[in-house]
Design a protein around this ligand. Structure first.
Ligand code: GYE
Length: 318
Protein backbone atom coordinates (compact mmCIF):
# COMPACT_ATOMS: atom_id res chain seq x y z
CA UNK A 1 0.00 0.00 0.00
CA UNK A 2 1.33 3.45 -0.86
CA UNK A 3 2.06 6.00 1.86
CA UNK A 4 -0.60 8.23 0.38
CA UNK A 5 -3.24 5.49 0.64
CA UNK A 6 -2.13 4.68 4.18
CA UNK A 7 -2.59 8.36 5.13
CA UNK A 8 -6.08 8.46 3.58
CA UNK A 9 -7.13 5.30 5.43
CA UNK A 10 -5.70 6.60 8.72
CA UNK A 11 -7.64 9.83 8.27
CA UNK A 12 -10.89 7.93 7.58
CA UNK A 13 -10.40 5.76 10.68
CA UNK A 14 -9.53 8.83 12.76
CA UNK A 15 -12.77 10.40 11.50
CA UNK A 16 -14.63 7.53 13.14
CA UNK A 17 -15.13 5.18 10.15
CA UNK A 18 -14.70 1.49 11.15
CA UNK A 19 -11.65 -0.07 9.52
CA UNK A 20 -13.58 -2.41 7.18
CA UNK A 21 -15.61 0.55 5.92
CA UNK A 22 -12.47 2.60 5.42
CA UNK A 23 -11.08 -0.19 3.24
CA UNK A 24 -14.38 -0.48 1.38
CA UNK A 25 -14.25 3.25 0.71
CA UNK A 26 -10.94 2.64 -0.97
CA UNK A 27 -12.40 0.13 -3.44
CA UNK A 28 -13.60 0.97 -6.93
CA UNK A 29 -17.40 0.79 -7.04
CA UNK A 30 -19.00 -0.62 -10.20
CA UNK A 31 -22.75 -0.50 -10.78
CA UNK A 32 -23.87 -3.25 -13.16
CA UNK A 33 -27.44 -3.29 -14.54
CA UNK A 34 -28.08 -6.77 -15.94
CA UNK A 35 -30.83 -7.67 -18.43
CA UNK A 36 -32.32 -10.49 -16.35
CA UNK A 37 -31.97 -14.25 -16.04
CA UNK A 38 -33.65 -15.25 -19.30
CA UNK A 39 -31.15 -17.80 -20.58
CA UNK A 40 -28.22 -20.08 -19.84
CA UNK A 41 -26.05 -17.48 -21.56
CA UNK A 42 -27.25 -14.76 -19.19
CA UNK A 43 -26.66 -16.93 -16.11
CA UNK A 44 -23.07 -17.54 -17.25
CA UNK A 45 -22.60 -13.82 -17.96
CA UNK A 46 -23.83 -12.86 -14.48
CA UNK A 47 -21.55 -15.43 -12.88
CA UNK A 48 -18.59 -14.17 -14.90
CA UNK A 49 -19.23 -10.56 -13.83
CA UNK A 50 -19.65 -11.49 -10.15
CA UNK A 51 -16.64 -13.80 -10.00
CA UNK A 52 -14.30 -11.42 -11.76
CA UNK A 53 -15.39 -8.43 -9.65
CA UNK A 54 -14.53 -10.42 -6.53
CA UNK A 55 -11.21 -11.47 -7.96
CA UNK A 56 -10.36 -7.91 -9.00
CA UNK A 57 -11.33 -6.51 -5.58
CA UNK A 58 -14.01 -4.32 -7.15
CA UNK A 59 -17.11 -3.48 -5.13
CA UNK A 60 -19.95 -4.65 -7.41
CA UNK A 61 -23.47 -3.29 -7.10
CA UNK A 62 -25.58 -5.70 -9.13
CA UNK A 63 -29.15 -5.07 -10.34
CA UNK A 64 -31.33 -7.58 -12.23
CA UNK A 65 -33.87 -5.82 -14.49
CA UNK A 66 -36.02 -8.88 -15.24
CA UNK A 67 -35.93 -8.05 -18.96
CA UNK A 68 -37.59 -4.65 -18.43
CA UNK A 69 -36.02 -1.45 -19.69
CA UNK A 70 -37.77 0.66 -17.04
CA UNK A 71 -36.08 -1.42 -14.31
CA UNK A 72 -32.70 -0.93 -15.94
CA UNK A 73 -33.23 2.82 -16.14
CA UNK A 74 -34.21 2.87 -12.45
CA UNK A 75 -31.11 0.90 -11.52
CA UNK A 76 -28.85 3.24 -13.51
CA UNK A 77 -30.44 6.28 -11.84
CA UNK A 78 -29.84 4.67 -8.44
CA UNK A 79 -26.17 4.09 -9.35
CA UNK A 80 -25.86 7.76 -10.34
CA UNK A 81 -27.42 8.83 -7.01
CA UNK A 82 -24.98 6.55 -5.15
CA UNK A 83 -22.10 8.15 -7.08
CA UNK A 84 -20.57 4.84 -8.16
CA UNK A 85 -17.22 5.10 -9.98
CA UNK A 86 -18.30 3.31 -13.18
CA UNK A 87 -21.62 2.09 -14.58
CA UNK A 88 -21.82 -0.93 -16.88
CA UNK A 89 -24.95 -2.39 -18.37
CA UNK A 90 -26.30 -4.70 -21.03
CA UNK A 91 -29.20 -2.81 -22.63
CA UNK A 92 -32.30 -5.00 -22.85
CA UNK A 93 -33.41 -3.12 -25.98
CA UNK A 94 -31.37 -0.83 -28.23
CA UNK A 95 -33.41 2.40 -28.22
CA UNK A 96 -34.54 4.87 -25.56
CA UNK A 97 -31.30 5.38 -23.61
CA UNK A 98 -30.52 9.03 -24.42
CA UNK A 99 -31.91 10.71 -21.28
CA UNK A 100 -30.44 8.39 -18.65
CA UNK A 101 -27.07 8.24 -20.42
CA UNK A 102 -26.96 12.04 -20.48
CA UNK A 103 -27.67 12.04 -16.74
CA UNK A 104 -24.69 9.74 -16.17
CA UNK A 105 -22.51 11.93 -18.36
CA UNK A 106 -23.58 15.07 -16.49
CA UNK A 107 -22.65 13.31 -13.23
CA UNK A 108 -19.25 12.49 -14.83
CA UNK A 109 -19.73 8.74 -14.34
CA UNK A 110 -18.27 6.75 -17.22
CA UNK A 111 -20.58 4.14 -18.79
CA UNK A 112 -19.44 0.87 -20.37
CA UNK A 113 -21.84 -1.03 -22.62
CA UNK A 114 -21.44 -4.72 -21.96
CA UNK A 115 -22.70 -7.39 -24.40
CA UNK A 116 -25.40 -5.30 -26.18
CA UNK A 117 -25.19 -1.94 -27.93
CA UNK A 118 -27.56 1.04 -27.91
CA UNK A 119 -29.08 2.85 -30.84
CA UNK A 120 -27.91 6.40 -30.00
CA UNK A 121 -26.14 8.82 -32.34
CA UNK A 122 -24.05 10.52 -29.64
CA UNK A 123 -21.31 8.00 -28.93
CA UNK A 124 -19.79 10.27 -26.27
CA UNK A 125 -22.47 8.84 -23.95
CA UNK A 126 -20.40 5.67 -23.35
CA UNK A 127 -16.68 5.08 -23.13
CA UNK A 128 -16.56 1.58 -24.56
CA UNK A 129 -18.75 -1.17 -25.95
CA UNK A 130 -17.50 -4.69 -25.34
CA UNK A 131 -19.22 -7.75 -26.71
CA UNK A 132 -19.85 -9.91 -29.75
CA UNK A 133 -20.46 -8.97 -33.36
CA UNK A 134 -24.07 -10.20 -33.60
CA UNK A 135 -24.38 -9.48 -37.33
CA UNK A 136 -21.39 -11.71 -37.96
CA UNK A 137 -22.95 -14.43 -35.80
CA UNK A 138 -26.07 -14.25 -37.99
CA UNK A 139 -23.89 -14.50 -41.10
CA UNK A 140 -22.10 -17.52 -39.64
CA UNK A 141 -25.46 -19.20 -39.06
CA UNK A 142 -26.49 -18.37 -42.64
CA UNK A 143 -23.22 -19.59 -44.16
CA UNK A 144 -23.50 -22.89 -42.30
CA UNK A 145 -27.01 -23.39 -43.70
CA UNK A 146 -26.05 -22.47 -47.26
CA UNK A 147 -23.19 -24.97 -47.16
CA UNK A 148 -25.37 -27.71 -45.65
CA UNK A 149 -28.19 -27.19 -48.17
CA UNK A 150 -26.12 -26.45 -51.25
CA UNK A 151 -27.39 -29.53 -53.10
CA UNK A 152 -31.00 -29.26 -51.92
CA UNK A 153 -33.48 -28.93 -54.77
CA UNK A 154 -36.58 -26.80 -54.38
CA UNK A 155 -37.51 -24.34 -51.68
CA UNK A 156 -35.93 -24.45 -48.23
CA UNK A 157 -38.61 -23.28 -45.81
CA UNK A 158 -37.22 -21.62 -42.70
CA UNK A 159 -38.93 -20.61 -39.47
CA UNK A 160 -37.18 -18.09 -37.27
CA UNK A 161 -37.36 -17.63 -33.51
CA UNK A 162 -36.22 -14.09 -32.85
CA UNK A 163 -34.70 -12.83 -29.63
CA UNK A 164 -36.23 -10.04 -27.55
CA UNK A 165 -37.96 -7.54 -29.85
CA UNK A 166 -35.84 -4.43 -30.31
CA UNK A 167 -32.71 -5.90 -28.72
CA UNK A 168 -29.41 -5.56 -30.54
CA UNK A 169 -28.80 -9.33 -30.82
CA UNK A 170 -32.29 -9.94 -32.28
CA UNK A 171 -31.97 -7.13 -34.83
CA UNK A 172 -28.43 -7.98 -35.89
CA UNK A 173 -28.65 -11.78 -35.88
CA UNK A 174 -31.67 -11.49 -38.19
CA UNK A 175 -29.88 -9.04 -40.45
CA UNK A 176 -26.67 -11.07 -40.78
CA UNK A 177 -28.55 -14.31 -41.49
CA UNK A 178 -30.81 -12.69 -44.10
CA UNK A 179 -27.86 -11.03 -45.77
CA UNK A 180 -26.38 -14.47 -46.52
CA UNK A 181 -29.48 -16.50 -47.40
CA UNK A 182 -31.05 -13.77 -49.55
CA UNK A 183 -28.38 -14.41 -52.21
CA UNK A 184 -30.28 -17.57 -53.20
CA UNK A 185 -34.06 -17.35 -53.75
CA UNK A 186 -34.55 -20.99 -52.72
CA UNK A 187 -34.26 -19.92 -49.06
CA UNK A 188 -37.56 -18.61 -47.68
CA UNK A 189 -38.33 -17.46 -44.15
CA UNK A 190 -41.97 -18.51 -43.92
CA UNK A 191 -42.56 -17.54 -40.26
CA UNK A 192 -40.65 -15.27 -37.90
CA UNK A 193 -41.64 -14.37 -34.37
CA UNK A 194 -40.05 -13.47 -31.07
CA UNK A 195 -39.48 -16.10 -28.39
CA UNK A 196 -37.90 -13.50 -26.08
CA UNK A 197 -34.71 -15.58 -25.69
CA UNK A 198 -36.43 -18.05 -23.29
CA UNK A 199 -37.06 -21.80 -23.45
CA UNK A 200 -40.73 -21.48 -22.51
CA UNK A 201 -41.46 -18.92 -25.23
CA UNK A 202 -39.34 -20.80 -27.76
CA UNK A 203 -41.46 -23.90 -27.19
CA UNK A 204 -44.74 -22.01 -27.31
CA UNK A 205 -43.95 -20.19 -30.57
CA UNK A 206 -42.57 -23.35 -32.21
CA UNK A 207 -45.83 -25.12 -31.36
CA UNK A 208 -47.68 -22.37 -33.21
CA UNK A 209 -45.30 -22.63 -36.19
CA UNK A 210 -45.84 -26.39 -36.33
CA UNK A 211 -49.58 -26.01 -36.13
CA UNK A 212 -49.58 -23.52 -39.00
CA UNK A 213 -46.92 -25.02 -41.29
CA UNK A 214 -46.40 -28.65 -40.11
CA UNK A 215 -44.17 -30.73 -42.36
CA UNK A 216 -43.48 -27.79 -44.64
CA UNK A 217 -40.83 -26.59 -42.20
CA UNK A 218 -37.31 -27.61 -43.26
CA UNK A 219 -35.19 -25.40 -41.03
CA UNK A 220 -35.41 -23.65 -37.66
CA UNK A 221 -33.15 -20.68 -37.06
CA UNK A 222 -33.25 -19.69 -33.36
CA UNK A 223 -31.47 -16.55 -32.16
CA UNK A 224 -30.32 -18.40 -29.04
CA UNK A 225 -29.85 -21.93 -27.73
CA UNK A 226 -32.55 -21.72 -25.06
CA UNK A 227 -35.29 -21.04 -27.61
CA UNK A 228 -33.94 -23.88 -29.78
CA UNK A 229 -34.04 -26.24 -26.79
CA UNK A 230 -37.66 -25.25 -26.07
CA UNK A 231 -38.49 -25.73 -29.76
CA UNK A 232 -36.87 -29.19 -29.81
CA UNK A 233 -39.39 -30.24 -27.19
CA UNK A 234 -42.25 -28.90 -29.30
CA UNK A 235 -40.93 -30.74 -32.38
CA UNK A 236 -40.69 -34.03 -30.48
CA UNK A 237 -44.16 -33.60 -29.04
CA UNK A 238 -45.44 -33.08 -32.58
CA UNK A 239 -44.00 -36.51 -33.46
CA UNK A 240 -41.12 -35.20 -35.56
CA UNK A 241 -37.37 -35.71 -35.23
CA UNK A 242 -35.36 -32.59 -34.37
CA UNK A 243 -32.15 -32.16 -36.40
CA UNK A 244 -33.43 -34.75 -38.89
CA UNK A 245 -36.91 -33.75 -40.04
CA UNK A 246 -36.07 -30.13 -39.23
CA UNK A 247 -32.52 -28.80 -39.40
CA UNK A 248 -31.87 -26.65 -36.32
CA UNK A 249 -29.40 -23.78 -36.07
CA UNK A 250 -28.96 -21.68 -32.96
CA UNK A 251 -26.56 -19.23 -31.34
CA UNK A 252 -24.62 -19.06 -28.04
CA UNK A 253 -22.85 -22.41 -27.67
CA UNK A 254 -23.92 -23.00 -24.05
CA UNK A 255 -23.58 -26.42 -22.42
CA UNK A 256 -27.28 -27.17 -22.98
CA UNK A 257 -26.71 -26.78 -26.73
CA UNK A 258 -23.72 -29.12 -26.65
CA UNK A 259 -25.82 -31.71 -24.80
CA UNK A 260 -28.55 -31.36 -27.43
CA UNK A 261 -25.98 -31.77 -30.22
CA UNK A 262 -24.45 -34.84 -28.56
CA UNK A 263 -27.98 -36.29 -28.30
CA UNK A 264 -28.37 -35.65 -32.07
CA UNK A 265 -31.15 -33.08 -31.67
CA UNK A 266 -29.45 -29.83 -32.66
CA UNK A 267 -27.37 -29.40 -35.81
CA UNK A 268 -25.16 -26.45 -35.00
CA UNK A 269 -24.57 -23.68 -32.48
CA UNK A 270 -22.74 -20.49 -33.37
CA UNK A 271 -20.64 -19.39 -30.45
CA UNK A 272 -21.29 -16.20 -28.47
CA UNK A 273 -19.18 -15.90 -25.35
CA UNK A 274 -20.79 -14.61 -22.14
CA UNK A 275 -17.47 -14.57 -20.28
CA UNK A 276 -17.12 -10.80 -20.38
CA UNK A 277 -16.34 -10.31 -16.67
CA UNK A 278 -12.53 -10.30 -16.73
CA UNK A 279 -12.26 -7.77 -19.57
CA UNK A 280 -14.93 -5.60 -17.95
CA UNK A 281 -13.01 -5.46 -14.65
CA UNK A 282 -9.80 -4.69 -16.51
CA UNK A 283 -11.57 -1.85 -18.31
CA UNK A 284 -12.93 -0.47 -15.02
CA UNK A 285 -9.41 -0.48 -13.54
CA UNK A 286 -7.96 1.12 -16.66
CA UNK A 287 -10.58 3.87 -16.49
CA UNK A 288 -9.76 4.60 -12.87
CA UNK A 289 -6.07 4.73 -13.80
CA UNK A 290 -6.93 7.46 -16.28
CA UNK A 291 -6.47 5.38 -19.43
CA UNK A 292 -8.65 5.77 -22.52
CA UNK A 293 -10.48 2.59 -23.49
CA UNK A 294 -10.94 1.35 -27.05
CA UNK A 295 -14.42 2.40 -28.19
CA UNK A 296 -15.18 -1.16 -29.33
CA UNK A 297 -13.85 -4.45 -27.94
CA UNK A 298 -15.07 -7.42 -30.02
CA UNK A 299 -15.28 -10.93 -28.56
CA UNK A 300 -13.63 -13.69 -30.63
CA UNK A 301 -15.77 -16.77 -31.25
CA UNK A 302 -16.36 -19.83 -33.48
CA UNK A 303 -19.00 -22.22 -34.87
CA UNK A 304 -19.68 -25.72 -33.46
CA UNK A 305 -21.53 -28.29 -35.60
CA UNK A 306 -22.88 -31.47 -33.93
CA UNK A 307 -20.07 -33.58 -35.40
CA UNK A 308 -17.50 -31.95 -33.09
CA UNK A 309 -19.78 -31.52 -30.04
CA UNK A 310 -18.65 -34.55 -28.03
CA UNK A 311 -14.98 -33.74 -28.56
CA UNK A 312 -15.43 -30.06 -27.66
CA UNK A 313 -17.76 -30.55 -24.69
CA UNK A 314 -15.02 -31.00 -22.04
CA UNK A 315 -13.45 -27.67 -23.11
CA UNK A 316 -16.64 -25.65 -22.67
CA UNK A 317 -16.61 -23.15 -19.84
CA UNK A 318 -20.27 -22.10 -19.91
O1 GYE B 1 -27.54 -14.70 -27.02
C1 GYE B 1 -29.13 -14.74 -25.27
C2 GYE B 1 -29.30 -13.85 -24.12
O2 GYE B 1 -27.27 -10.53 -25.43
C3 GYE B 1 -25.81 -12.03 -26.49
O3 GYE B 1 -28.95 -12.57 -24.63
C4 GYE B 1 -26.87 -11.86 -25.50
C5 GYE B 1 -28.09 -12.73 -25.71
C6 GYE B 1 -27.83 -14.22 -25.77
O4 GYE B 1 -30.45 -13.96 -23.45
O5 GYE B 1 -29.10 -16.09 -24.92
Amino acid sequence: MSTQRRTVLAALVAAGLPLHKAFAADKIVLGFAQVGAESEWRAANTQSVKDSAKEAGIDLKFADAQQKQENQIKAIRAFIAQKVDVIAFSPVVASGWGPVLREAKAAKIPVILSDRSVDEKDDSLWVSFMGSDFTEEGRRAGRWLVEKMKDAKGTVNIVELQGTTGSAPAIERKKGFEEVISKDPKYKIIRSQTGDFTRAKGKEVMEAFLKAEGKKINVLYAHNDDMAIGAIQAIEEAGMKPAKDITIISIDGVKGAFEAMIAGKLNVSVECSPLLGPQLMQAVKDLKAGKTLPKRIVTQEGVFPMEVAAKEFPNRKY
